[in-house]
Design a protein around this ligand. Structure first.
Ligand code: PEP
Ligand code: MG
Length: 831
């Protein structure tokens, strides 16, 4: 046996893509090749990518390949070269720029050795539940099909047909899919598979359908009980071929089942339609892994609004063996944590507590009107899909509804809502809004939101096809019903009307004509309605930008739909993860386009908002403020953070920044500009009582550091607690900061802290600080800004000197509340 030792060079660890690439390399050889991670002592067949992923291998882990067989020497040479020169490239996937970026895994978590799978973040947050696979087809109904004399023939026919289908697919496919389908083919050609089904029919007097299901369950049960990942993984293959067999023999029974969640769940699926998402019990939905979903699909937009964290980049096939496994979906670091132990659960409990506190602080201020630091007004509104979401949006601090996606009302049903139902819904939203505006976008049907009852034939390019305003003339009755409902509801509040996907003046003239007629109708009926409703259009089609001046003659406002605009401006499908690295609304071309729209609209006295996902991205807020947008509309939970950041920005500095960004030559240059853009903030004292914590839980060292850094984020002193934590650990791991006498003084100079701070944690008992100087019950942490002068460092050395003094130490340890500690330190140190 030959051994090849190496350190894992992959910054993101051995996730699905590099695992697949390594497996491909290993599979080229006849030798058996085992992968070993020495840190975790995990082993895997190197020819199975799922097995490789499940080793939990992280950057710099010490690993080996053990190769045994006839061609072992040649394999060793080739693999050595691959690992040295090419392995790292397999990790070079660009994150989708519009998606939230993953934080590095904090050491307070990685030191607990969690079992992790790495994905890409689509929606942030943390959720905990059992893994639940979305299978669109339940097989129970097949059990009721009676036995028939034709069953034997049916079985032979079904198997032959399935083999034929698989062979056809195999000719078209490559890579992983090919491997899986080849495995399926060999399974159905395995004599035992068919003979087991025959035996069940014969011995248990079952019909064919029930025998297929029973056989499947018996095999799956055995496989799931196996300790081998590889074998457990085969359960889904057995299910897959059994299901396909049933569909071939009884195509008439194939149907879509409604998914019900009966316990807290992390839902794993290829994709979900918005209506499938809407049909879920959201109280049980703790997270989703959607393999084939892009960053602005409507399902994702709904998930963000409901604060459900979402990842992609993990395949359903890889996760199918993990059904019911307890897991935590971490939409901050972009990982799925499997079977978390108590320490890992403790990390997440604290992470959630800190996140909740941070949100609570921002929400407290969110009710204030949104202004920049220098008094520039920017309206911050919410996007909603139903009237039920309106109260929550306003409690997040929405100053209006910038986008009511009315089409959601038409989905997940077999006929459109009638005028009265719509009227009641719109009125409910307006009543929740009080005197704040509600922008009703008229039905945006089509694209990824088809409606079966309209019988619009399937199209090859639905996003470029028959959708939104384009279908209104054919369904004029439906459109008028909606206009009537909005106009009538508008009598009780500040309703505004917005038309999606407009690209020509003709379309808006047609809409205005319809509006006139509907108003005349309502007038004639003596109905109560809003006679003058501001009218706007969504700016989603690039050509509109060149004739904004003409539109200014016809409408009152504009709202840029950055989700669609991004896909149309660059011709990049918004739902296709393969092109998601190109789907980035923050490029020089996009920003210049926004600047042009705003300039022309303002010249004509009209306002411009953004209601696509870009509007809620805090990291791009300086650019949006600098481009002089008038309104941003976003999912409700994002509002507090946006308002809080806005209060720190100076609009003049942001205008200069936006000008520079428009002159950049690449998105990367813009990102660099943003990284170096630091808003000026009011000075804060080094020591503040809110950073002194009396802890009542038996935290370990990792959690104490997590808590102190997280608390600085709660108090607005850092926006990057995890990165700050990493800087603390960098020093901590070189030399531990226990100084004896029960005290530790972790410290760092970091780019991630806005306001230099001293934080304290008084612990309920001494804990292990991994220090020769003994255990620790008081932690004094110093986090200094990168450009901090020497003075604060002096304070720290002063503190270190004072700690040698017994009386000072005793009074520090005797203090019973944060105020007392604060006073004591203030008196003793020259702050
Ligand atoms: C958009 O395109 O940005 C938008 C807000 O509309 P939707 O996402 O519903 O298509
Ligand atoms: Mg749109």
């Amino acid at each position: 046996m030959l051994t090849l030792d190496f350190l894992c060079p992959l910054p993101n660890g051995l996730h699905a893509r590099p695992a697949w690439a390594l497996k491909e390399q290993c599979s080229a050889w006849q030798s058996d090749i085992r992968f070993i991670n020495h840190r975790l002592n995990t082993h895997a067949d190197a020819k199975s990518s799922l097995a490789l992923v499940s080793t939990g291998t992280l950057f710099n882990d010490s690993c080996s390949l053990q190769i045994s067989g006839n061609d072992a020497e040649a394999a060793r040479r080739a693999l050595e070269s691959y690992l040295q020169h090419h392995f790292i490239d397999s990790d070079s996937e660009l994150p989708a720029a519009a998606s939230p970026t993953a934080h590095p895994l904090p050491r307070s978590l990685s030191r607990l050795h969690p079992h992790l799978l790495t994905g890409n973040i689509l929606a942030t947050g943390i959720g905990c539940g059992g893994i639940t696979l979305w299978r669109s087809d339940s097989l129970d109904r097949y059990r009721t099909l009676p036995a028939s004399p034709e069953d034997m023939t049916r079985l032979e026919y079904g198997l032959a047909e399935l083999a034929d289908n698989l062979n056809q697919q195999l000719r078209l496919l490559g890579g992983e899919s090919k491997t899986i389908l080849s495995a399926h083919l060999s399974l159905i050609q395995d004599d035992e598979f068919a003979s087991n089904i025959r035996r069940i029919m014969r011995d248990e007097k079952q019909g064919l359908a029930a025998a297929i299901v029973d056989n499947m369950e018996a095999i799956c049960e055995k496989l799931r009980a196996s300790s081998s990942d590889y074998l457990r993984e085969r359960a889904s293959d057995i299910r897959d071929i059994s299901e396909r067999l049933l569909h071939i023999v009884w195509p008439q029974y194939r149907n879509q089942e409604v998914l019900r969640l009966s316990r807290p769940s992390i839902l794993v699926a290829d994709d979900l339609t918005p209506s499938q998402f809407l049909s879920l019990d959201l109280s049980q939905l703790k997270g989703m892994i959607l393999e084939k979903t892009g960053p602005t699909s409507h399902t994702l937009i709904l998930a963000r609004a409901a604060s459900v964290p979402v990842l992609n980049g993990l395949s359903v096939a890889d996760l199918s063996a993990l059904e019911h496994t307890p897991a935590i979906l971490d939409g901050q670091c972009g990982v799925l944590v499997l079977e978390p132990n108590e320490a890992v659960r403790g990390y997440y409990a604290l992470a959630r507590e800190l996140a909740d506190q941070r949100i609570a602080c921002q929400t407290r201020d969110a009710a204030q009107t949104a202004f920049s630091r220098d008094g520039q007004r920017l309206e911050v509104a919410a996007n909603i899909g139903s009237a039920l979401e309106a109260p929550a949006a306003f409690s997040h601090g929405a100053e209006g509804i910038g986008l009511f996606r009315s089409e959601m009302l038409y989905m997940d049903r077999s006929a459109p809502p009638d005028e009265q139902e719509q009227f009641e819904t719109y009125q409910q939203a307006l009543l929740a809004a009080g005197d704040k505006p509600v922008i009703f976008r008229t039905m945006d049907i089509g694209g990824d939101k088809p409606l079966s009852y309209l019988n619009i034939p399937q199209e090859e390019n639905p996003f470029l096809g028959y959708r939104a305003v384009r279908i209104y003339p054919e369904f004029a009755g439906l459109f008028r019903t909606q206009l009537r409902a909005i106009l009538r509801a508008g009598a009780v509040g500040q309703a505004r009307l917005m038309i999606p996907m407009v690209h020509s003046l003709d379309q808006i003239l047609w809409v205005k004509n319809e509006l006139q007629q509907v108003k005349a109708e309502l007038q004639a009926e003596g109905a109560r309605f809003a006679a003058s409703l501001p009218l706007g259009i969504m700016v989603e089609v690039p050509s509109v930008c060149y004739i904004i001046d003409h539109f200014c003659d016809e409408v009152d406002f504009f709202s840029v739909g950055s989700n669609d605009m991004t896909q149309y401006l660059y011709a990049v499908d918004r739902n296709n993860p393969r092109v998601s690295p190109l789907y980035n609304p923050v490029t020089p071309s996009f920003l210049r386009m926004l600047r042009q729209i705003v300039t022309v609209a303002h010249r004509h006295g009209k306002w411009v908002g953004i209601c696509g996902e870009l509007g809620g991205e805090t990291r791009y807020l300086p650019l949006l403020l600098g481009l002089e947008l008038d309104e941003l509309s976003m999912s409700g939970p994002r509002i507090p953070a946006v308002k809080s950041q806005l209060r720190q920005l100076d609009s003049r500095a942001c205008r200069a920044l936006a000008d520079k960004a428009c002159d950049c030559r690449s998105p990367e240059e813009i990102e660099t500009l943003l990284r170096t853009f630091t808003p000026e903030e009011d000075a804060r004292p080094l020591l503040a009582v809110e950073n002194i914590l009396f802890v009542d839980k038996p935290y370990r060292k990792e959690q104490v550091i997590q808590l102190l850094c997280g608390n600085l984020a709660v108090n607005g002193r850092t926006a990057h607690p995890l990165e700050l934590e990493e800087d603390i650990w960098q020093r901590e791991e070189i030399v531990t900061t226990g100084v004896g006498f029960g005290v530790a003084i972790p410290h760092t100079k970091s780019a991630w802290i806005h306001h230099s701070s001293i934080s304290l944690a008084r612990l309920p008992a001494q804990i292990d600080w991994e220090s020769e100087m003994g255990d620790v019950e008081l932690v004094i942490m110093l986090t200094l800004g990168e450009h901090e002068g020497i003075n604060h460092v002096k304070v720290f050395s002063q503190l270190a000197r004072k700690l040698v003094n017994k009386t000072f130490r005793q009074s520090l340890l005797a203090a019973t509340d944060p105020e007392a500690l604060h006073q004591l330190l203030n008196a003793e140190l020259s702050l």
